[in-house]
Design a protein around this ligand. Structure first.
Ligand code: SF4
Length: 359
């Protein structure tokens, strides 16, 4: 990037930067929390979560001492729950190391949940160190500036942009502003489908704009069809309580709670799947009752259709749950204390769900 382009971008940033809660007080802890939350999640979604999180856990010590259940509960709805577990582990490691974050990206990247982008963002925003934070927005702006139609999703392309910007950021007096200006430019002006070139401080330097077709850059990788998975779950009510199981830590959505159930096998109906999955996961035999709902939910790499049935225990007497994972029989009032995936919240909202507690 030419010096004049950097100057123009920084002047624009001083005037137009977004007001974000973590920017008012960019301590290493707050920058870390915001950057981890922003991995794969939009700024507008993150803002209320960030506020609640730093109010509840204001520093590394508070987060390190917290129960993981409480951390997951605050993260509920934000998705990608492994981020919450890694952030918790990261805080514990920071406390073991003396309670301070390093300002060196190589050291930072050794901590759980911190990759090269997050490490550079923390080093520059919290400590003013000259390392470029290269995310999707920055890759798009840079590809357009140079009218580079290569595939920006590759590691080598990211590395090339990083090396190029490293030379530039070392010459700038304010590395934090340099990185955040590019983030804001990508989020507010150089938009993926409709870049607002007339408002852009880089227009005079931009080859994609000069070409007349800025959206040609960067080249988009071919889209893959997202597979859909059918799952069936059993809502097993017993004397006003509902059975829930905790997902294993090493699974996707690990540590969250769910209903017994799982994927339909080939040729299986949803009710057959519920009977089988409940038996395999809990050792219980159930009679299938009413269909409470069929909900659809999209995750990043696949979509699910979930069939939820009310179930009655087929055996008399107190049920004995044979399950290696933690489980709980919960009353309706206690359900909000447990963190569930978003798909399960859609089941809570179905007509007929709450009635199960009256049985
Ligand atoms: Fe993006 Fe247009 Fe600015 Fe070029 S001029 S960086 S395409 S917004």
């Amino acid at each position: 990037m030419e010096t004049a382009a950097v100057k123009s971008m920084l002047a624009w940033y001083r005037e137009h930067q977004r007001v974000l809660p973590w920017r008012s007080l960019p301590t290493p802890y707050r920058v870390l929390v915001s950057e981890v939350m922003l991995q794969q999640t939009q700024v507008a979604t993150v803002m209320p979560y960030f506020e609640r999180f730093v109010q509840t856990f204001p520093d590394f010590a508070a987060l390190a001492a917290a129960d993981i259940e409480a951390v997951l509960k605050l993260w509920e709805g934000l998705g990608y729950y492994s981020r919450a577990r890694r952030l918790h582990a990261c805080a514990q490691q920071v406390m073991e190391n003396g309670g301070e974050l390093s300002d060196d990206p190589t050291e930072l990247a050794r901590l759980p949940g911190i990759g090269p982008y997050t490490a550079a963002a923390i080093a520059s925003i919290a400590f003013g160190r000259p390392y470029p934070a290269v995310d999707g927005n920055v890759l798009r702006v840079q590809a357009r500036l140079l009218a580079d139609d290569g595939d920006v999703s590759s590691q080598s392309a990211r590395r090339r942009v990083y090396e190029r910007l490293l030379a530039v950021i070392r010459q700038t007096p304010d590395p934090s502003a340099f990185n955040q200006a590019q983030m804001d430019l990508g989020a507010m002006v150089c938009l993926p489908r409709q870049p607002l070139c007339d408002e852009c401080p880089l227009r005079a330097f931009c080859r994609a704009f000069a070409s007349g077709e800025p959206t040609v850059y960067p080249r988009r990788p071919e889209r893959r069809v997202t597979p859909r998975m059918h799952v069936a779950v059993g809502l097993i009510f017993h004397r006003g309580r509902l059975l829930i199981l905790r997902r294993s830590e090493d699974q996707m959505l690990g540590g969250l709670w769910e209903f017994p159930g799982g994927k339909l096998e080939s040729g299986e109906t949803p009710t057959q799947a519920v009977e089988r999955e409940v038996r395999e996961e809990t050792g219980l035999t159930v009679e299938i009752g009413a269909l409470v709902g069929v909900i659809r939910h999209a995750y990043s790499h696949f979509r699910i259709t979930m069939h939820a049935y009310r179930c009655r225990l087929a055996e008399v007497g107190e049920p004995v749950v044979a399950c290696e994972r933690p489980h709980a029989w919960v009353i309706a009032e206690d359900l909000p204390k447990y963190a569930f995936p978003k798909a399960n919240h859609k089941i809570f909202a179905c007509d007929g769900f709450a009635e199960g507690f009256q049985e």
